[in-house]
Design a protein around this ligand. Structure first.
Ligand code: ZN
Length: 287
C-alpha cells in the first residue's frame, strides 16, 4: 500500500475568520500556513486566495502569484491551485477560472460536474472539463479531479477515455458537501468502486465528517485532505488553532492506523508528477 499523501486545504472560499479566527486571508498568511503544514507532514497544499482586506473569495492572479512565490521560496511542497471560481459569474468565467494554470503549479483542481450546493448551483458545464483538461495539459499541470457525486466519476472517465488526462488519474472524493454525496462509509466505498484501475484517490469530508472520512480514507488505502477549507474544528466543540494542527492530527491518525506519511518526493512519485527542483532556497526542515 502506498504511503499516505496528506493535502492541506488552507482557506477555500467559504470559511471565514468569523468561523475560526485562524483562517488565513492574505498571501502572507496563506503562505505561512502552507510552510507550517509542510513542516507538519503535508505533501500537498491546496490554495485559494482571498481579498486581503475583506476575506472575500478571489481569483486575482496577482494574489495567486504572490502566494506561489512566497511558498516556492521556502519549500518544495506540491502546489495545487484551485480553478473552482465558485463565486464567479459572467461570460468569461471559464477563462478567469483557468488563470491559475498559467502559474505552472504541480496540480490544479478540476471540478468535473455540476451540483446543487445548499445555496447555489456549482456550475461546471459539459465543455468545462475538456477545456480545463486541455489547458492544464498545455501548461504541464496535472488535474486533481474533484467529484461531488457519482455521476461526476462517469464524466471523468469520459475525459480519461479520450486521452485528456495523464496516467494515473488523480481523484479528490469530496464527501458531505450539502447537497453532494453524503459522507457515509457506504458512499465512500461505492465511489471508490467506480474509479478506474490504477487511479489515485484522496478523500475529504466537510464539517464534522472530516475526521471520519480521513480515518476511512487511511484504512481503505487512499490519501486524505484536511484544513480550514473543509472544517474548522479539531474535535467536537474545539476550534483548530491552525491548519498545521489539523495536519498534525492527520499524521497521528495515519501512524496509529498502521500506515506511513508520504514525503513530497514520495507524493510526486505516487501521483506521477515530475521531480521539481527548488526555485530558490533549500528547505530548512523535512517533515
Ligand atoms: Zn478548493
Amino acid at each position: 500500500m502506498d504511503k499516505v499523501i496528506i493535502t492541506a486545504a488552507l482557506t477555500g472560499s467559504r470559511t471565514t475568520k468569523a468561523h475560526n479566527p485562524a483562517v488565513p486571508y492574505t498571501p502572507q498568511e496563506i503562505a505561512e500556513d502552507a510552510v507550517a503544514c509542510w513542516q507538519a507532514g503535508a505533501a500537498v497544499v491546496h490554495i485559494h486566495v482571498r481579498d486581503p482586506q475583506t476575506g472575500a473569495p478571489s481569483m486575482d492572479l496577482a494574489l495567486f502569484r504572490e502566494v506561489v512565490e512566497r511558498i516556492r521560496a521556502r519549500c518544495d511542497v506540491v502546489l495545487n491551485l484551485t480553478t473552482s471560481g465558485l463565486h464567479l459569474e459572467g461570460p468569461d468565467v471559464l477563462e478567469r477560472r483557468l488563470a491559475p494554470v498559467t502559474l505552472h503549479p504541480d496540480l490544479c483542481s478540476l471540478d468535473i460536474g455540476s451540483v446543487n450546493f445548499r445555496d447555489r448551483v456549482f456550475l461546471n458545464p459539459p465543455e468545462w472539463g475538456e477545456v480545463a483538461a486541455r489547458r492544464m495539459r498545455e501548461h504541464g499541470v496535472k488535474p486533481e479531479i474533484e467529484v461531488f457525486d457519482v455521476g461526476h466519476v462517469a464524466q471523468a472517465l469520459d475525459l480519461i477515455a479520450r486521452g485528456l488526462v495523464e496516467e494515473p488519474p488523480y481523484f479528490q472524493l469530496c464527501m458531505g458537501v450539502p447537497w453532494g454525496i453524503p459522507a457515509t462509509p457506504e458512499n465512500l466505498l461505492f465511489l471508490r468502486s467506480q474509479l478506474p484501475p490504477g487511479a489515485r484517490w484522496s478523500v475529504l469530508g466537510v464539517g464534522r465528517a472530516q475526521w471520519t472520512m480521513v480515518a476511512l480514507g487511511i484504512l481503505l488505502g487512499g490519501h486524505v485532505r484536511v484544513g480550514f477549507e473543509d472544517n474548522v474544528y479539531l474535535e467536537r466543540g474545539v476550534l483548530a488553532a491552525s491548519n498545521a494542527q489539523m495536519v498534525e492530527k492527520a499524521v497521528r491518525l495515519v501512524r496509529d492506523l498502521g500506515r506511513e506519511v508520504a514525503s513530497v518526493d514520495e507524493a510526486r512519485a505516487i501521483l506521477g508528477l515530475p521531480a521539481r527542483p527548488l526555485a530558490q532556497a533549500a528547505p530548512t526542515a523535512t517533515p
